[in-house]
Write a protein that binds this ligand. Structure first.
Ligand SMILES: [Zn+2]
Length: 410
């Protein structure tokens, strides 16, 4: 195989990915106006239903424009040897491969973030604003960006520097060291994400004493679960959309509720949502996901180690000097069909786990308040109630609302 063949393989992968995505989007959009199933007819009233139809259509059009823009940008970058151009700039500052890799990825990431910022701005301040979801101020938007850059530079830059360093010193075995680093990082982040990262972006405080807390404690006791770390986060700072999630394990395990969730739901419904989250923990989904992601990153790094020393990877992107960072980009493109596939498998497990967590809530608490809470949450985020099955199969990490309601009613 020649570098030119490899170049065309990469381009083909990018285009096929785009086409599959667009076919799924179009299929899904064709069903936006389907009649609502009987079980879901009480989710929206007439006016809200109209609003949800228009929200879906707006987002669909917007995603068509952004994905086409990013396809053209990517192909243009490949065609005009953008990688070589950026590589030359990085090499003009240093001859150290770690520094070159950091400058190279720094430029690529920063530039692509700046170029796509008008789109995120439009999504937040025009689309989400128009449908009444947006609570983000310009100030929050700008600070989020800056904080995001710093985090990426420190965490992403640190890990990248370590991996390039391992590669320089150990060559064929570098993947083992890299895997070790990624594993330690993943475990650490899982444990301390809520403590270290969340406070940079949100205020969180323990759930106050009172009726709700008593009801939650009473439930936790019957389920035999120690649930003393319940936090409320100011999600309303950015959006009216509500959420709840479980994080950490061992002594660091905690449940985080959005303040918007507490506003939208009755106490009983909140307990039901918590029971669902406890179900994820009790059924060991948290541990499973953690192990799966560690195993997958090991597999990816191992395959990377087999290919990375081949100069053809760099040459395929039009870069003459072979290097780890250019090889990494080419590898990322070549690997994307495999990661699409593993993503599908993970989504499949995730949907299974959602049923298990729902069933846990049903068995240890009640089904009815979980049903009404799911319906309220769908209504308040103007969710699509009639997604196409193929779209669900490819993209959904949760079963559809209809599937969950039917399962809970069994
Ligand atoms: Zn869940």
């Amino acid at each position: 195989m020649t570098a030119t063949t490899l170049f065309y393989i990469i381009i083909t992968i990018i285009i096929i990915n785009f086409i599959i995505d667009k076919i799924l989007d179009t299929l899904n959009a064709k069903h936006f106006n389907d009649a609502l199933p009987l079980e879901l007819q009480d989710v929206y009233d007439e006016a809200e239903y109209k609003k949800s139809q228009s929200y879906k259509a707006t987002n669909h059009r917007f995603s068509n424009i952004t994905s086409l823009f990013s396809l053209i940008l990517t192909l243009g970058f490949f065609y005009f040897d953008g990688f070589e151009y950026v590589d030359d700039i990085a090499r003009s500052y240093s001859s150290n491969s770690i520094v070159i890799a950091l400058i190279f990825f720094g430029i690529i990431m920063f530039a692509s973030d700046i170029i796509t910022t008008p789109f995120t701005y439009y999504k937040t301040f025009v689309i989400e604003e128009k449908f009444g979801f947006n609570k983000t101020t310009i100030k929050t938007f700008v600070f989020d960006k800056i904080k995001g850059w710093f985090m990426l530079a420190i965490l992403g830059g640190g890990i990248l520097a370590l991996i390039v360093w391992f590669y320089e010193f150990t060559e064929a075995l570098f993947w083992l060291y890299a895997w070790g680093t990624v594993t330690v990082f993943t475990l650490f982040m899982n444990m301390f994400y809520s403590r270290l990262i969340v406070p940079l972006f949100n205020k969180q405080k323990p759930l106050e004493d009172g009726d709700l807390r008593d009801k939650i404690s009473a439930y936790a006791k019957t389920a035999g679960f120690k649930l003393d770390k319940i936090f409320v986060i100011d999600g309303s700072k950015r959006s009216t959309k509500a959420n709840a999630y479980f994080s950490g394990f061992g002594s660091e395990k905690r449940v985080t509720l959005y303040d918007t969730l507490i506003n939208d739901l009755e106490d009983e419904e909140i307990v039901a949502v918590l029971a669902h989250e406890v179900g994820h923990y009790k059924r060991k989904h948290i541990i499973f996901n953690l192990f799966a992601s560690i195993l997958l990153s090991g597999l990816t790094l191992y395959i990377l180690s087999l290919l990375i020393s081949n100069p053809m990877l760099s040459n395929a992107l039009g870069v003459e000097i072979q290097s780890f960072h250019i090889g990494l980009i080419a590898f990322g493109m070549l690997y994307s069909p495999i990661s699409e596939f593993t993503g599908l498998i993970m989504n499949h497990f995730s949907r299974k786990f959602e049923y298990q967590a729902d069933n846990y809530a049903k068995q240890t608490y009640k089904a009815e308040p979980l049903i009404t809470s799911l319906k309220k949450l769908s209504k308040n985020s103007l969710s699509n109630l009639t997604p196409h099955p193929a779209y669900v199969f490819m993209h959904y990490s949760h079963p559809t609302l209809l599937e969950r309601v039917m399962n809970l009613k069994l």
